[in-house]
Design a protein around this ligand. Structure first.
Ligand code: TYD
Length: 213
């Protein structure tokens, strides 16, 4: 097992259909093969608040956008601190934690409905608890993402959905600019083969991991 000096927290971001989960699986395998301890996780979490959020996103439970934004922030705090599988504990145990979405998702998605600065403020506590060592944004053309999602599901409102994806992508870049002095964000071109994307991600991750041995 490769000994790390400290844990590392790496977040993956992107619009829906950008291939985050595939890349996280591939990176988890690569790191395992090289003998690193890895834990991968996701938001909304599979904890109690995350389950409530999923019911809200599917329309099963009715709510409004401000409530959802606040619940995402609370889900994140629980995801960081809960005793069973909390990210903070894992990082303290010198594990490399990979997380599918974190607070930049909140900034990008909720800014469709409420001011981004409000959402950033709402996540201040989470930022104080744990800032990612690196956020990897997999940048894929919204049209490509839409086509991928459409293949997997049956009924979607075509233009509206692409428009939303474009808007969310723009919000991501607004947030990256706003927080560029505080956050380490790398943008990876996702408009290429899965292998090429994995290689670009590995080039960034390798530096972090090797500097931490
Ligand atoms: P995700 O689990 O990545 O999507 P999937 O359905 O493919 O598993 O995320 C679910 C949705 O939640 C996604 O559309 C983005 C949204 N989201 C927010 O609106 N705010 C947040 O803070 C997070 C983490 C996700």
């Amino acid at each position: 097992m490769n000994q790390q000096k400290r844990g590392i927290f790496i977040v993956f971001e992107g619009i829906d259909g950008s291939g985050k989960s595939t890349q996280i699986k591939m990176l988890t395998d690569s790191l395992h093969k090289k003998g690193y301890p890895v834990f991968s996780t996701f938001e909304p979490s599979d904890g109690p608040i995350g389950s409530l959020i999923r019911k809200m996103l599917s329309g099963e439970v009715e709510t409004d956008q401000r409530t959802i934004a606040m619940l995402f922030a609370a889900d994140r705090t629980d995801h960081l601190l809960n005793r069973k599988n909390g990210i903070k504990n894992k990082v303290n145990q010198k594990i490399i934690v990979l997380c599918d979405r974190y607070y930049f998702s909140s900034y990008a998605y909720h800014a469709q409905h409420i001011p981004m600065d409000w959402v950033i403020q709402l996540n201040q506590l989470n930022e104080d608890i744990l800032r990612p060592d690196m956020t990897v944004f997999i940048d894929v053309d919204p049209k490509t993402c839409f086509e991928r999602i459409e293949k997997a599901r049956s009924s979607l409102e075509i233009y509206e959905k692409i428009d939303v994806m474009k808007e969310v992508r723009d919000h991501y870049f607004t947030a990256f600019k706003k927080l560029k002095t505080k956050e380490k964000v790398v943008v990876v071109d996702g408009n290429t083969t899965t292998q090429n994307v994995a290689q670009s991600i590995w080039d960034h991750v390798r530096q972090l991991v090797e500097n931490n041995e």
